[in-house]
Structure formats: C-alpha cells, structure tokens
Design a binder for this molecule. Sequence first.
Ligand SMILES: *Cc1c(COP(=O)(O)O)cnc(C)c1O
Length: 410
Amino acid sequence: MAFKPANNIQDLQYFGEFGGVNPSISDSSTYTFLSAKTMFDTFEGNADGCYLYSRHSSPSNLYLGEALAAMEDTETANVTASGMGAITPVLLQLCGAGDHIVSSRTIYGGTYAFLKNFTPRLNIETTFVDITNLEKVEASITKSTKVLYCESVSNPLLEVADIKGLAKIANKYNIKLVVDNTFSPLSISPAKLGADIVLHSLTKFINGSSDTVGGVVCGTQKFINQLRNVNDGASMLLGSTMDSLRAASILKNLRTLHIRMQQHSRNALFLAKKFESDGLKTVYPGLPSHPSHNLFKSMMNEQYGFGGMLTIDVGSLEKANELMELMQDRNLGYLAVSLGFYKTLFSAPGTSTSSEIPEEEQKEMGLSDGLIRFSIGLDADIERTYYMMRTCMEELYILKPKLQYSYGKV
Ligand SMILES: *Cc1c(COP(=O)(O)O)cnc(C)c1O
C-alpha cells in the first residue's frame, strides 16, 4: 500500500489536560520529582516519561516531534530552535576531529558555509560533489567518511537526489545518509527510501506562516537519545532547543500541511508550464524537461505534487531585480528570502541565500546571475497571477508581447 504521511500525522491524538482538542502547552523550564531516586534515574536516562529540564525535552516539543516522526516514518524526532539548530548538532554528533563528510555541492547556503568555513576549524573536512553523479559520490568516500549529506530537492537549483541509490552507497561503506527534506515535505519521504536521518527547517513549508524559525531531526530512538544525552549530546550541549509555545503553534500549522502542499504544487506546476511555453528558461521538477523529472516521480507520494519551488532565468541580475521590484509593486509577491508562505516569495539566490558560495563555484554549478527563485504561494486564482506576471515581463522586455492572450479566455 502507498505510504500516507498525512494520515500518520492526523491519526495521532493528544488531548489537553481538561479534554482540550489540542494538547496543553507545557510552560515550564523545570519539573518537580516526588522522589530523589527518580530524579537521579532521569538524569541517567532511565526514567521513561519523566521530564527533567526543557533544554533536554518538554511535553510540547515531544508532541510536535512525534507528529513529525510519524510524517517521516522514523522512530522518533527532536525539534530544534531553527533548521541550522538541527543540522549542526547532527553533523557534530556524527563527526569528530579527523572525520570526513561527502556533501552535495548544491545545498542551503548556511549549511554550505558551516561545512566549508566552520567545521574545518574542528578538523572535519568536506568534499563537495555533484550529487546526481553516483559514481563521483562513491569515488569521494574515504576511510574517514562518516556522513553522506544532501537535500532531497536542492536549494536553489532544484536538483533531485537519488535517495535509494545514495542509501545503497551509504550502506556499503557503513556511513550515515543524512537528508535535508525542507523543500519537499510530504512529497518525498527520505526515510522510506533508505535515509538514516531526515532533517527539516520547519521555518519553511511545514510551519508555513513565516512567523518563526524552527527545525527537526527525525531518526532512530538510539540516535535521538545520543543527541539529547546530558553528557555528550550535541543538541543538549549546544542548546538549540525549541520553545514550548512555538512547538505548540507549529503543531497546529502542521495539520494543514497536506492541503497547503497540494495548492503550492498545483500553482507552481501551472506557472512552470506557462513560463516554459513562453520560452523562459524554467526549472521545476514537475516539468518533463527537468533532468530528474522521472527520478522525482519514482520517489514521490503522488498526491502532494512536485512542490512549490521553481526558478526562471531572465538573463541578467539587473533584469531579475527589475522584475522582482515590479512584481512586488503589483502585489504579486514579496521580494524576500525563505519559502513556504501563503504569498509568493522571490529572490535572486546568487546575491542572497547562496551568496556564501563563491562566485566562481556558483558559475560551475549553474547558478546564473539572472536566476530568480520563486516560492509559489497559495494564490486562489493562479491564472490571474500568471497573466499579471506575464504583463510585468512584457513591460520589461523579458518577453515579447503576446497580443492574443487575454485573461479569462485561454
Ligand atoms: C532555510 C533552510 C535551512 C535552514 O533553516 P533555518 O530554519 O533558517 O535555520 C536549511 N536547509 C534548507 C534547505 C533551508 O531552506
């Protein structure tokens, strides 16, 4: 039977203290014990269901974590104060001085900066590879490699990772496959395909209202326990813990994720098809022209579509900036980084979210100056949006006027 991640979220029931339909929010940093012995056992990690201190865990964080683990089909999960607050402890838990990481070269700018500039200070080295080339990936593994790292759909170039193929390689060399699934929640279920650890920035689609940052690590009970260990757990000791109030609000948003993803995907596919047929260089995994279209199809939970992210290339940074400013003037979206909002968001990745990547390397990986990254919103009338975007492009001579086209008569 097909995997149903949204059912798994909905099937979890947590009632509030007084029968509330939402779980009660735990508004405490510390917890009392009736006996000193139980406190000792909890410290040692031997008292299931007891809370000690909220940097370690709290009921609200546990509810959200369990819902996300159900979505990703992992044993459990640990929620964190941000996406980077999930990624960095995972890598530091798995790697120490002298260890090596093989990572996709097209990853989130912050993750790239961490691996390129920060972890070398701890004598952890990273080889960046083209993740779509499995032979190159395998050839980059050394005796010291501990982690194979990628994003299921990469930022900002929308490259798609062959998670099954990568899992096979990771298994062969006994290393951990860590997948950042931020761009494709519900659509792709990396753990189902063999990933050991699945990460998200909850800041994006999962929370979906651009009002907080947050993150999650989904994995085995054993690994999550290691992260939270009071003596040597990277999450516990580095302290990127989510606040309980935020955990409660993200859980409520998570419950509508399936509806939002369907609408993001529907709108993005509509625009991608139109832009491409207008002759714009368009990248969207839902287009048959995308090099990994079939791979994405083979991995996806079909009903959630190909996601809300697409890119177009309008030739130069100047044109990209003009277009983004004009679209914002016409209320078609916001010139802003981040993704997964009800409103369309757009930015030029080369000068914003991927600016950590040196210009030369940007060129090499196909990150061109005129690239605009769109996070397509939940627009109720995407045909009107298209018509208005097209008009902007005509006014800026990015597209030639198409006299026959008129809104409502396609
Ligand atoms: C935003 C993002 C992150 C970082 O998450 P924060 O919540 O901003 O810390 C990591 N990976 C991807 C793919 C992202 O888009």
